[in-house]
Design a protein around this ligand. Structure first.
Ligand code: ATP
Ligand code: MG
Length: 392
């Protein structure tokens, strides 16, 4: 098997997926639509992706024999989360085509490496410094206060970060985070948070989706509006930075770039995710090709699809919180009330246990105008008790 050629991998072939979450589920659905067969490696027997895939290797990502089975069976393997052990990708890469490559994934696994890489290619990042010792705290530049201390590795949904106003608070935060390698970032005056999803194939073809405008609640994405309500110039700039990033990484697959737009209009790259992204769910209904279609096409050396947006979308994330009554008792939300809105597309990930903060599904509200999509979203929120978008 020659994994270096750019021959197309035709439908009917097995594709491998490391990870079993909702991003993997929607990838598997897109792959099945194109006639591929999907094998998932994931230790959770009830994994959302495994439930819609033809084969499930129920094992840890580090399980050598499971990795060998996956590599043996699949002509191409991808991932759906960023913290997949780089060693596992390397073991697979000896047997089959792996995208994204371990090298690109490992850069995004460490905030400091990621920022150094971004700076090296001229992409704007927040002022920051490494905090790994008492000495680093001693030497810290006072201009970084007020700032946010973030663990360099394994942070997600705002976990592993603490806001600090001065050296004393920085010391305390560093201790709270377990004195692991951290990055101190200057707190920036944010106007909007947006993201751009890009896809690139091994032949070097690269595309970007329209910019998504993202609203977080308690550190978790709550609402995405596509296209973002920013100037054409800002949108073009964000998309061109995203393209520059995937080209510079020689990236194959789907990558999300999260941006801050500052009050003065400046665009800063916040972070990268080497996979499809929550803020791109609406590409399923909103665009000619979705981020999941692109992931399948990129990993099979196929031409990429058109990312043009064909209808306006407002995406509402559904967290497990929706299952809880004010008194703490649980109930199943009235999904029929969502489906009563013909422009609301309900996606549930099939997770058995609704827990607070757990991503259980999403609803994409579509419209032929931005107002129509937003109106539908507001009505759906009212109907089932989801928190409403704040920036209407
Ligand atoms: P996720 O993986 O869910 O995107 P995360 O845990 O990796 O999140 P970040 O994206 O780094 O965390 O930060 C979470 C949120 O905190 C951002 O979306 C933003 O609202 C805020 N934030 C982070 N860094 C800064 C900063 N330098 N200035 C102002 N706000 C910030
Ligand atoms: Mg983030």
């Amino acid at each position: 098997r020659n994994t270096m050629t750019h021959e197309p991998i035709l439908p009917g072939a097995w594709l491998g997926l490391l990870g079993g979450g909702q991003l993997g589920r929607m990838f598997a659905q897109a792959a099945a639509t194109l006639g591929y067969r999907v094998c998932v490696l994931e230790k959770d027997p009830h994994a959302p992706a495994a439930a819609v895939s033809e084969m499930h290797l129920c094992a840890a990502y580090t399980d050598r024999s499971a990795l060998e089975k996956l590599g043996e069976k699949c002509l191409s393997v991808t991932t759906e989360f960023e913290n997949v052990p780089a060693d596992s990708l390397e073991i697979l890469a000896e047997m089959t085509k792996v995208s994204p490559a371990a090298k690109a994934v490992s850069i995004t696994q460490d905030r400091l490496d990621e920022k150094s890489f971004l700076s090296s290619i001229g992409a704007p990042v927040a002022p920051h410094c490494l905090i790994a010792s008492a000495q680093d705290i001693e030497n810290v530049d006072e201009n970084l206060f007020p700032g946010i201390l973030k663990t360099a590795r394994l942070g997600y949904d705002g976990k592993g970060q603490i806001r600090v106003k001065n050296k004393a608070e920085l010391t305390e935060a560093f201790n709270t985070l377990g004195r692991v390698k951290c990055v101190l970032e200057k707190m920036l005056p944010l106007w909007r948070e947006v993201s751009v999803i890009s896809a690139r194939n091994a032949m070097g073809e690269a595309t970007t989706f329209p910019v998504s405008e993202n609203e977080h609640r308690d550190g978790i994405l709550a609402v995405s509006i596509m296209p973002a309500r920013i100037s054409q110039e800002q949108a073009d700039k964000a998309r061109s930075i995203a393209k520059h990033i995937v080209n510079s990484l020689d990236y194959v697959g789907v990558l999300c770039v999260e941006f801050f737009i500052l009050e003065n209009g400046e665009i800063i790259v916040n972070e990268l995710a080497p996979r499809p992204h929550n803020s791109g769910h609406a590409t399923i209904e909103g665009c000619i090709s979705s981020q999941y279609d692109q992931q399948v096409r990129a990993m099979t050396n196929m031409p990429l699809g058109d990312t043009t947006q064909i209808q306006y979308t407002v995406m509402l994330n559904i967290l497990g919180n929706l299952w809880f009554k004010p008194d703490g008792n649980k109930f199943e939300p009235d999904w029929d009330k969502v489906l009563a809105f013909p422009h609301a597309k309900l996606h549930l990930y099939g997770k058995l246990d609704a827990r607070k903060g757990r991503k259980m599904g999403h609803i994409t509200c579509v419209g032929s105008t931005p107002e129509e999509a937003m109106k539908c979203a507001l009505q759906v929120c009212d109907a089932i008790g989801l928190p409403k978008p704040e920036h209407i």
